[in-house]
Design a protein around this ligand. Sequence first.
Ligand code: NAP
Length: 278
Amino acid sequence: MRGIMGVAGYPIGHTLSPAMHEAAFKELGLNMAYHAFEVRLENLSDAVKGIRGLGLKGMNVTIPHKVEVMNYLDEIDNLAAEIGAVNTIVNRDGRLKGYNTDGEGYFQSLREAAGSSLEDKRVLVIGSGGAARAVAVTIAKNGVGELVITNRTLQKSENLAETCLKFANTTVLPMGRAQARLTEFDVIINTTSVGMYPETGSMPMSMEMLSRGTIVSDLIYNPLKTRWLKEAEKRGGIALNGVNMFVYQGAIAFKLWTGVEAPIRVMREAVLRNLKGE
Ligand code: NAP
């Protein structure tokens, strides 16, 4: 099986996707390659045409193009349309279809950590940007007891809640009120960039009110354990970082492109090696 894939974004310098996918190709003996393409917004339309023209198998799309790229595709998968963003393009005989594997990737990692369905759980999502949309819509579609969304800019939470309400019981709370009610949640998810390298001293929300046994999940994977996750662990929380989400979103894209199950363990090891600078 031959093929070329890649990731398009701007800037693209520090992406871990090439190392992760190349490790998977090597493990399975696939004659494939994965490149990082630095694509400015004004070149995005040409870059997408290039997928067809050059016969690439597909492409991941990352910041800042996940929404804009939807204008240049032939078809959008239902979940991606509901999320409102595409992170994976598949080229089937010149026809380009857009998917969003971030939400499913996250959901797989959360289900593993939770060990059971979320149908009777109360889940707090902090943030309402692109990653929050993928996470919240996917959780809502898969079934959840109650979904509560909070964000610095509350209007964005209202917009996201409007989509989630089609699938699940969803409410919006201002940050301060969500923080005061922290004990009520079974799962608390940070989807903001607060605490990400190099601003590693910041936290999206105080953990003072956290109950023991609460699952506390941060989408950030650099650092591997944010200050927020460390604070949560000190108070008996169960910490989940963003590594598995990243690996699973890549594994779902890998299967869409190759038709083959992705070697998850090898992909995770490649990501961790890179994050630890080995
Ligand atoms: P985004 O669309 O730019 O959204 C950023 C979010 O962070 C918004 O809710 C924003 O609030 C909030 N925010 C930013 N700075 C803030 C501050 N100083 N105080 C309070 N809130 C702040 O970005 P994104 O694509 O959703 O990515 C968010 C995070 O998820 C990043 O850390 C990214 O690395 C991570 N991520 C991880 C994976 C993975 O595979 N593990 C995948 C995707 C994303 P406002 O709306 O008020 O601006």
